[in-house]
Design a protein around this ligand. Structure first.
Ligand SMILES: NC(=O)c1ccc[n+]([C@@H]2O[C@H](COP(=O)([O-])OP(=O)(O)OC[C@H]3O[C@@H](n4cnc5c(N)ncnc54)[C@H](O)[C@@H]3O)[C@@H](O)[C@H]2O)c1
Ligand SMILES: [Zn+2]
Length: 375
């Protein structure tokens, strides 16, 4: 049955990101894309608006999005940028600004990001900067965007010199996460998104981790009610982290678990071999190992983390051929370095994490020792 005809499995759920007068709802459910216009009307009165998307997503979801917006009285313009991380760029930003200016989009008119994290980050940054800020709405269509990038207000684009180097904290007015969109996502993207779900379990939610251990096969079979539960739990965790530390002064960087080595692996393999989530899986297995080597967690905790990642089909070994010095340099170039030491997120037990200051050399040395030691 095509995704569009699937009956909703569960009632939609609504969470709130509590940020005072910038608080906003996250609507989660199967089929909620068709409610976008009505939901938006509760936040902003109907007017002109612009849907930013890419051809891959547009082919499947644009017609429904436009229909829902028009039925609620909005007058949407569509802006398509090419698909791919390489288009999370200043060139795409310029394309968006030009289209908005030509269409005389006004300050009160929202931008609507229809797509994965690339579209979400790009649209959010365009919204943060066009006319010094217009409202925007996240309509995440990948698992990663639903559990991570659409919530929390980090927006931005890449430069040739590195990822996410230009950006702003700018919160959306509404997030509408239609679980049904995951049904059309390539499996590799689903698994990459699941890695971030596993991450939330490891650092902040032992019950979520247990649920994943018990249900991972059903989840990989895209059982919609299980997926909805995962997205809801992850959004609740992210909303709470953002409420406590919106601008990543300290606590929010707990979400960086697995990302220190993960980013290094992505950089050193030229962003070609791994999807982000796949590299983070390597980084999470490594973070568990480093935690165990430092006696911060038990062998059993490390085994559970590595075991769950492997059950998704991922290879969590640090890729062969990387040199200690290269890893150390890549890790040292990360945004989270203080006085030559990296603020590294370690696990103490499933559901509990803490920061440790670790040198990039130590990370490099331990990483090349191989990550599949615990069997
Ligand atoms: N802002 C944040 O807090 C934050 C957090 C994590 C990641 N990110 C950013 O998110 C980006 C990665 O996001 P992503 O993993 O969603 O990748 P993506 O946006 O590139 O989407 C992955 C692929 O899936 C396609 N796609 C999207 N939805 C689909 C659907 N429902 N059916 C079929 N195909 C679909 C896309 O066109 C793309 O080809 C990176 O740029 C990363 O930096 C941002
Ligand atoms: Zn990530």
């Amino acid at each position: 049955m095509p995704a569009e005809q699937l009956p909703p499995t569960e009632a939609p759920e609504v969470l709130t990101v509590e940020l005072g007068d910038r608080s906003y709802p996250i609507v989660i459910g199967s089929g909620v894309l068709d409610e976008l216009g009505q939901r938006l009307k509760q936040v902003l009165s109907p007017r002109g608006c612009a849907v930013v998307t890419n051809p891959t997503v547009a082919k499947i979801y644009l017609a429904r999005t436009l229909r829902s917006l028009r039925e609620a009285g909005f007058a949407p313009l569509t802006i398509e940028v090419p698909d791919g991380e390489e288009h999370k760029s200043l060139a795409s930003l310029k394309l968006i600004y030009d289209r908005l200016a030509t269409a005389k989009i006004e300050r009160s008119s929202p931008l609507i990001a229809l797509g994965g994290g690339v579209i979400g980050d790009l649209t959010g940054f365009a919204a943060a900067t066009y006319l010094r800020g217009v409202p925007y709405v996240q309509v995440p269509t990948t698992l990663l965007a639903q559990v991570d990038s659409s919530v929390g207000g980090k927006t931005g684009v890449d430069l040739p010199a590195g990822k996410n180097l230009v950006g702003a904290f700018y919160q959306p007015r509404l997030v509408v996460a239609d679980i049904g969109t995951i049904l059309t996502l390539p499996r590799r993207e689903v698994v990459a998104g699941l890695v971030e779900v596993i991450k939330y379990g490891v650092i902040l939610d032992a019950e979520l981790f247990l649920l994943l251990e018990n249900e991972i096969e059903r989840i990989l079979d895209l059982d919609l009610s299980r997926l909805q539960e995962l997205v809801r739990r992850c959004c609740a965790i992210k909303a709470d982290v953002v409420r406590r530390d919106e601008r990543e002064a300290d606590f929010r960087s707990i979400l960086n678990f697995g990302h220190t080595l993960g980013h290094a692996v992505e950089t050193l393999t030229g962003y070609k071999r791994y999807l982000h989530g796949e590299a983070v899986a390597v980084g999470m297995a490594f973070a568990a190992k480093l935690s165990r080597v430092r006696n911060l967690c038990s062998v059993d905790t490390e085994r559970r983390i590595v075991g769950l990642l492997q059950r998704t089909g991922l290879d969590v070994a640090v890729p062969a051929g990387l040199e200690v010095a290269d890893i150390a340099a890549a890790v040292g170039g990360d945004k989270k370095v203080e006085n030559g030491r990296v603020k590294f997120v370690c696990v103490e037990e499933i559901g509990r994490a803490r920061f440790e200051m670790v040198t990039s050399q130590e990370i490099g040395r331990l990483a090349v020792q191989g990550s599949a030691e615990v069997e």
